[in-house]
Ligand binder design. Structure first.
Ligand code: FES
Length: 109
């Protein structure tokens, strides 16, 4: 049976949605499964659209692997401000350590 953790998604309006996330899924997959409309993910995780942009909280930044070169290239094309904690959510895999962490969605995708 797959393991689940609780993740929070916070929108630019300040709304927080709390969802169950399957460990091993990407954050993008978690958002899509839970109807988080602020994550668009046009390319379905193929790393060619940049419409799955999110901001990670400090606790998540501290434990996820750094973005690889391909992700860094695609982050240059995000619609909203790119910040140090910007990531493409299709490249961030949900792990046990992310339980109760918060994912922030940007103004635009
Ligand atoms: S879903 Fe397209 S780059 Fe992440």
């Amino acid at each position: 049976m797959s393991q689940e953790i609780v993740l929070h998604f916070k929108t630019k309006e300040g709304d927080t949605r709390t969802v169950d996330a399957v460990v091993g899924d990407s954050v993008m997959e978690t958002a899509i499964k839970n109807d988080i409309d602020e994550v668009v993910a046009e390319c379905g995780g193929s790393l060619i659209c940049s419409t799955c942009h999110v901001y990670l909280d400090d606790a998540t930044m501290a434990i996820v692997p750094e973005a690889d070169d391909a992700e860094l290239d695609m982050l240059e094309g995000v619609a909203s401000e790119r910040k140090p904690n910007s990531r493409l959510s299709c490249q961030v895999i949900v792990s046990e350590g992310m339980a109760e962490h918060t994912i922030y969605t940007p103004d635009d995708q």
